[in-house]
Design a binder for this molecule. Structure first.
Ligand code: SAM
Ligand code: SF4
Length: 324
C-alpha cells in the first residue's frame, strides 16, 4: 500500500488486548485504565480475517502487541495462524517479559521471527517503582531462556522515565555480553506519557560514550522500524535509538496500527483512521474492507506534531489499547 506522500506501508502493529499485568507509570494510571468491554475487543477470527486482507494489500510484517499480549488466552495460537498467512514474511512480538519464560519454547517452535522485551531497569527496586508491580527477576529469567534460541532476533526496549535514578548503562551492558540489541525510546506525549519528560538521544549517547567509548554509526537495517543503531567496540549487540521527538522519522514511516477494538490508526498521534470492527460486524465484504483500509492509508497524516499544543484530532486513547 502507498499513501499520498509515496510512503510504502507494509508493516502493521496489532494490539490484541488492553489488559496488562504491569502498570508502568508512563503508560497506565495506578488503578489501571478503564478497560474495553470484552465484546468491544476484536475476536481472533476477526483479527485473522483482517490480517489476510492486510497481507493481500501488501503488508509483509506484523507485530503483536498490547497491553500485554501474553495475558490474552490463546495468543500463541493467533501468532501461529498469522505466521502461516501467505505474504506475511515476519511476525514479531513486543512483551514486558513477565510471562515470556513460560511461552518461549512454544514461540520458538512456532517460528516467531523476533521478540522485543521492554525492560526499563535491571534494578529490582527501580523496576518495581516504574512498573508498580513488576518483578524484574522474572523478566531476566525470560531473557535468559530466550537467549537459548540463537535464531530469535531479540531486542531490549527501554523508555527512560526516571531521570538520574535509572541506570541506563546497566541495560547497555546487556548488549556487551549477549546477542541482543538495546534500544532507547524517547517518551512520547501520549496517555500517561504526557506527564513525563523525555530524555533526549543525545544526552543518552553522551552518557554511553563516557563509559563505553565511541558509538560508531551502524548503517545496515536491523528491523522494520525507525530505530537507528550504533556499534560499540567489543559488544555483541548494537545500541539503538527510537527518537520520535528529537530525530523525527515520519518521512520514512512504514506502519499503521490496529487497536484491540479494531480501529485502524494511521498515525500514532492522531485518532485519524477507520473503525474496521464496526464494518466487519455490520457485514462488510472483504472487498469493502480492502477499500476502507486503502482509503484510510491514503489519508495517513504526513507527520506528527507532538511539540505543538491543542491539536484537534489528537489521540486521547491509552497506549495499551493502541499497542505502542
Ligand atoms: N506490554 C508490552 C510492552 O511493554 O512491551 C507491549 C505494549 S507497550 C504499550 C509497547 C511499548 O510502548 C513498550 O516498549 C512501552 O515501553 C512503550 N510505551 C508505552 N508508553 C509510551 C510512551 N508514552 N512513549 C514511548 N513509548 C511508550
Ligand atoms: Fe503494560 Fe507495556 Fe504499558 Fe507497561 S508499557 S503498562 S508493560 S502495556
Amino acid at each position: 500500500m502507498q499513501d499520498r506522500f509515496g510512503r510504502t506501508i507494509d508493516y502493521i502493529r496489532i494490539s490484541v488486548t488492553d489488559r496488562c499485568n504491569l502498570r508502568c507509570v508512563y503508560c497506565m494510571p495506578e488503578n489501571g485504565i478503564e478497560l474495553c468491554k470484552c465484546e468491544e475487543v476484536l475476536r481472533y477470527e476477526e483479527v485473522i480475517r483482517l490480517c489476510r486482507i492486510f497481507a493481500k494489500l501488501g503488508t509483509k510484517k506484523i507485530k503483536i502487541t498490547g497491553g500485554e499480549a501474553l495475558v490474552r488466552k490463546d495468543a500463541l495460537n493467533l501468532i501461529r495462524v498469522i505466521k502461516g498467512i501467505d505474504g506475511i514474511e515476519q511476525v514479531t512480538l513486543t512483551t514486558n517479559g513477565i510471562l515470556l519464560g513460560d511461552y518461549i519454547d512454544e514461540l520458538a517452535q512456532i517460528g516467531i521471527d523476533g521478540i522485543n522485551i521492554s525492560i526499563d531497569s535491571l534494578n529490582r527496586e527501580e523496576f518495581k517503582k516504574i512498573t508498580r508491580v513488576g518483578d524484574v527477576d522474572k523478566v531476566k529469567a525470560s531473557l535468559a531462556k530466550a537467549l537459548r534460541y540463537p535464531q530469535l532476533k531479540l531486542k531490549i526496549n527501554c523508555v527512560p522515565c526516571d531521570g538520574d535514578k535509572q541506570d541506563l548503562l546497566e541495560l547497555v551492558a546487556l548488549a556487551q555480553d549477549n546477542a541482543v540489541h538495546v534500544r532507547f525510546i524517547e517518551m512520547m506525549p501520549i496517555g500517561e506519557g504526557k506527564n513525563f519528560k523525555f530524555l533526549s538521544e543525545d544526552s543518552i549517547k553522551a552518557m554511553i560514550e563516557e563509559r563505553y567509548g565511541r558509538l560508531e554509526p551502524y548503517d545496515a537495517k536491523l528491523g522494520n522500524g525507525p530505530s537507528h543503531y550504533f556499534s560499540l567496540s567489543g559488544f555483541q549487540g548494537k545500541i539503538g535509538f527510537i527518537s520520535a521527538i528529537s530525530h523525527k522519522f515520519c518521512h520514512e514511516c512504514n506502519r499503521i496500527r490496529l487497536t484491540c477494538t479494531g480501529y485502524l490508526k494511521t498515525c500514532l498521534q492522531y485518532d485519524i483512521g477507520v473503525d474496521l470492527r464496526e464494518r466487519i460486524r455490520s457485514g462488510a465484504s472483504d472487498a469493502m474492507l480492502e477499500e476502507a483500509i486503502a482509503a484510510a492509508v491514503l489519508a495517513k497524516p504526513m507527520e506528527h506534531s507532538f511539540l505543538q499544543k491543542n491539536i484537534v484530532s489528537e489521540e486521547q486513547g491509552k497506549m495499551a489499547a493502541i499497542g505502542g
